[in-house]
Design a protein around this ligand. Structure first.
Ligand SMILES: Cc1cc2nc3c(=O)[nH]c(=O)nc-3n(C[C@H](O)[C@H](O)[C@H](O)COP(=O)(O)OP(=O)(O)OC[C@H]3O[C@@H](n4cnc5c(N)ncnc54)[C@H](O)[C@@H]3O)c2cc1C
Length: 464
């Protein structure tokens, strides 16, 4: 049997390839860069462990646990300390505990009585019946009021998408909220009834799922899957074209300066949208990946600063803090990394991982490291009562970090669906198709592996 081509070795491509191998389907992975993992990159330096990309994974499904077992990583998993349920929001320059219960919300100084009243009125508000697509901002204003948007959702959207709620589509960016309103008429009702539906599917909501990582960071997972796929992995091989042939697919890739070609039974394209746009698609029907280049991406820089524990006034007992745009800080949010996971800083020190830029202040992400260290430190001094200079600093710039599921995003989803429908054996995935969360990308790997196996079997391309 000809092998299956997986293009891109981010979490989506690696998970799919790893699972296909478990199913005894031969795979070849093409990776443009010199390392695997895509945006996942964990760096150990001077006793600190810095994540350049994502910091945490959510255990939303038994399948995730199963993957960890298959990768022999159960002994390397570290669940977040109990503090992960405590999250902070900044309001009026103060770091305030985010309420997690109805009573906590009622007594919280974070929101005015008007906002509290609006929240309790939510179940009585009508569902959206208009035809035009809503932004997240419009949706939240309509159901909960402006204050909730300004102080809670703006910060949350910055934390997940580094995005702008006035542009993000609720239907595409937060499909569960959109569907919840359509199905149950209210988000508060969705909380109750949705839990029952999830239980039936064996899933856990993102709010309830346990947060975890690995002893040496998230890269442990991608490195381990890559090690298992070792001789099937082709680094520094940028795919330039995909051609349909009478018997399957041919992948054209650059090996140094030379364009090479290899035959495959099926192809999974799991790159980012902005690189997929450069891959020529040769089929009988004039289809093109070029429109994917119009998807906007938020630039983000991760800045990890280390401090002596004694120099930080704040207790840091929590997951971290999110900062609404109205507060006018440079940071979008900060994770209290050493409170979440052990072994992220030398004894007596703490590590704080902040994100800068996003759609809110894209120009900040591209500043020189020295300037960023200064801006982030100054914000942390004000917010967390820090009295000394950092003892450690490192930054990593992502020019295009996270795809923005803005209003109109359905065009790209339909485009991808149309190509897949008209090109049997070509599968398209990655974080611009099913949401940016790692857990969703990982679960999409299970889905792709099942669908690809089914395809090659039904097409008679594999025994069994
Ligand atoms: C700064 C940051 C923080 C984040 N934090 C979190 C978090 O805490 N929790 C969470 O759940 N999610 C988080 N995310 C989101 C999550 O990390 C990503 O959505 C996910 O890792 C994307 O995986 P992917 O496989 O879709 O793509 P990528 O990781 O982008 O991988 C795509 C791969 O394809 C390769 N490639 C591209 N073009 C070609 C080509 N032509 N030929 C061959 N190879 C090619 C690339 O080199 C790359 O290796 C974060 C993202 C960023 C950037």
């Amino acid at each position: 049997m000809k092998s299956i081509a997986v293009i891109g070795s981010g979490i989506t491509g690696l998970t799919s390839a790893f699972l296909l191998k478990q199913k005894k389907c031969p795979v070849e992975i093409y990776e443009a860069s010199s390392r695997v993992g895509g945006v996942i990159q964990s760096v150990r330096k001077d006793g600190y462990l810095a994540e350049f990309g994502p910091n945490t994974l959510l255990n939303t499904s038994k399948k995730i646990e199963h993957l960890i077992q298959m990768a022999n990583l159960a002994g390397h998993v570290i669940f977040a300390e109990d503090v992960d349920q405590t999250r902070f929001l900044v309001r009026g320059g103060k770091v305030i505990n985010m309420p997690s219960t109805a009573l906590g919300f009622l007594t919280s100084p974070l929101f005015s009585w008007v906002a509290k009243f609006n929240l309790f009125m939510e179940p009585f508000r009508p569902r959206w019946k208009n035809k035009y697509e809503e932004t997240v901002a419009h949706f939240v204003r309509r159901r909960f009021g402006q204050e909730f948007l300004t102080y809670a959702i703006d910060a949350l959207v910055a934390g997940i998408f580094a995005g702008n709620p006035e542009r993000l589509s609720v239907m595409h960016g937060f499909p569960k909220l959109y569907q919840g309103e359509q199905k149950y008429g209210s988000l508060i009702r969705t909380q109750f009834f949705g839990a029952h539906d999830r239980k039936k599917r064996g899933e856990t909501s993102k709010q309830e799922a346990r947060v975890f990582s690995f002893d040496e960071g998230l890269q442990v997972l991608t490195d381990s899957m890559a090690a298992n796929l070792d001789n099937m992995l082709h680094l520094n091989n940028t795919v330039k074209k995909i051609t349909r042939t009478p018997t399957g697919w041919k992948v054209g890739y650059l090996d140094g300066d030379i364009l090479m070609e290899r035959e495959h039974s099926a192809v999974l394209l799991s790159t980012s949208a902005y690189t997929a746009q450069n891959i020529a698609l040769h089929t009988d029907e004039k289809l093109s990946l070029a429109p994917l280049g119009q998807i906007s991406y938020a630039p983000v820089t991760s800045v990890v600063l280390g401090y002596k524990r004694s120099a930080v006034g704040h207790s840091l007992k929590g997951f971290g803090m999110l900062i609404p745009g109205i507060e006018r800080f440079n940071i979008l949010g900060t994770l209290f990394s050493t409170s979440l996971f052990k072994n992220r800083a030398p004894e007596g020190h703490v590590a704080l991982s902040s994100y800068v830029g996003g759609m809110r202040q894209p120009e900040l992400a591209g500043l020189p490291d020295g300037k960023l260290f200064e801006l982030v430190h100054n914000d942390l001094v004000q917010l967390l009562d820090i009295k000394e200079k950092p003892t450690f600093q490192i930054a990593h710039y992502h020019s295009r970090a996270i795809p923005q599921y803005d209003v109109g995003y359905g065009f790209y989803k339909d485009h991808v669906a149309n190509i897949q429908e008209r090109c049997p054996g070509l599968f398209i995935g990655g974080n611009y198709t099913r949401g940016p969360a790692l857990s969703d990308n990982l679960l999409s790997g299970f889905d792709f592996a099942d669908r690809i196996e089914k395809y090659v079997k039904e097409a008679g391309l594999i025994d069994g």
